[in-house]
Design a protein around this ligand. Structure first.
Ligand code: NAD
Length: 292
């Protein structure tokens, strides 16, 4: 069993990005600048945003964190987005999800300039992704593709099962894996909450991407020997033995699945750090595109 080390791989990618930024600076070109908007004070969201900002600093990007109160109205957030769309200094920006319930998430994501949509959530970018045109790929699926590629994992002709059909992970993952691309050409099954006989489906899978948000859902008796397992789940599970009062759990029961796996991602240290690295990659791409 080989651990797909997202922490190390993401460090490699960040080093490559840092080198590119250094070269840009030496050539007198613009320093990439990512902005992140956080509405409210949800603990997990604050942790994610802060790690994104920290990652920007590490690769030499400029970063701006815009923190808005929990009671921000939809109009106020839309005004903030208008300003970011216009700001020539900002190459790309993200709106940290989830948003408070008074704000329509879809409306907000639609307001982001597709050229600055480094999360790849705008319908224009989702459409381009589905048509295999050059665009910003959503960071989590992009990170998974990159991890599989850097570990030389063959996907062509393989049976891939993606569990979870969210707009940000499961659905784009299923589309990308079926495309004619280096990491792709797979026969994909997209499973979700209404899928029946999931165990029969996962037992035939060569590669499983678990993205459903139910801790330790995928068990050893649901997979075949030699399977490749990518665990996207991150759930905070109460744990009084930890100083912070919780532990992070993936969607895969690592103890029973890992002995049967050829490759498996850990949680933490798997898909999470890859997501941040690919957000940085998209920001660099946005910066390069905006100047041409
Ligand atoms: P979501 O919560 O929006 O949707 C969950 C999906 O799982 C739904 O499509 C649903 O149909 C499916 N599902 C629910 N119960 C199921 C069942 N019993 N069998 C099969 N399918 C079932 O999903 P999301 O936003 O993609 O998040 C999934 C998990 O991934 C969460 O734990 C989230 O925190 C994590 N996540 C991690 C990263 C990262 O960078 N590592 C990024 C995004 C999300």
């Amino acid at each position: 069993m080989v651990i797909l080390d997202g922490k190390k791989t993401s460090e490699d990618i960040k080093n490559e990005i840092a080198k590119a930024v250094k070269n840009r600076k030496n050539e007198g070109k613009k320093t990439p600048h990512l902005a992140a908007v956080l509405v409210g004070s949800d603990g997990a969201s604050m942790t994610y945003v802060n790690s994104k900002v920290k990652a920007c600093e590490k690769v030499g990007f400029n970063s701006t964190l815009i923190e808005l109160p929990e009671n921000t109205t939809e109009d106020q957030l839309l005004d903030e987005i208008k300003d970011l769309n216009k700001d020539k200094n900002i190459d790309g920006f993200i709106i940290q999800l989830p948003l408070p319930k008074q704000i329509n998430e879809q409306k907000v994501l639609m307001a982001v300039d597709p050229n600055k949509d480094v999360d790849g959530f705008h319908p224009v970018n989702v459409g381009k992704m589905a048509l295999d045109l050059s665009t910003f790929l959503p960071a989590t699926p992009y990170g998974i593709l990159e991890l599989l590629e850097r570990y030389d994992i063959e996907t062509s002709g393989k049976n891939v099962v993606v569990i979870g059909r969210s707009h940000i992970v499961g659905r784009p993952m299923s589309i990308l894996m079926s495309q004619k691309r280096k990491v792709g050409n797979a026969t994909v099954t997209l499973a979700h909450s209404r899928t029946s006989n999931l165990k029969e489906i996962t037992a035939k899978a060569d590669i499983i991407v678990a993205a459903l948000g139910i801790p330790e859902f995928l068990k050893g008796d649901m997979v075949k020997d030699g399977v490749v397992v990518v665990d996207v789940g991150i759930t905070r599970v109460k744990d009084d033995t930890k100083k912070r009062g919780y532990r992070l759990a993936g969607d895969v029961d690592f103890n029973s699945v890992s002995p049967k796996s050829a490759y498996i991602t850990p949680v933490p240290g798997g898909v999470g750090p890859m997501t941040i690295a690919m957000l940085l990659k998209n920001t660099l791409l946005a910066c390069e595109r905006n100047e041409s």
